[in-house]
Write a protein that binds this ligand. Sequence first.
Ligand SMILES: C[C@H](O)[C@H](O)[C@H]1CNC2=NC(N)=NC(=O)C2=N1
Length: 102
Amino acid sequence: MSERLTAERRRAALAALPGWQDAEDRDAISKVFTFADFNAAFGFMSRVALVAEKHDHHPEWFNVYRTVSVTLSTHDAGGVTERDIALATAMEAIAAATGLKA
Ligand SMILES: C[C@H](O)[C@H](O)[C@H]1CNC2=NC(N)=NC(=O)C2=N1
């Protein structure tokens, strides 16, 4: 669970996660979510926070009004692992239920 992904696994995982891409400046994955309004953005963050704490795996994120910019990596592994893919997948499900802007 906490070894860095092979290039092949990483490509396949990203292909299944719309909007997620390799971070520009480090070994991580990132996405900018845009919600309908601040309420939806903060509701998303609140729900994700509960999942993150449960998994003991936490996003780096930055919120401005209705956007939430997220970066995920596994610090101990120095890169992207299945733990990041699992959290990104959970974030997709939560975002879909939270009021994403079309
Ligand atoms: C001690 C604790 O398990 C670690 O610091 C956890 C906490 N949350 C974490 N979150 C993320 N994204 N990466 C980590 O490596 C990480 N490590």
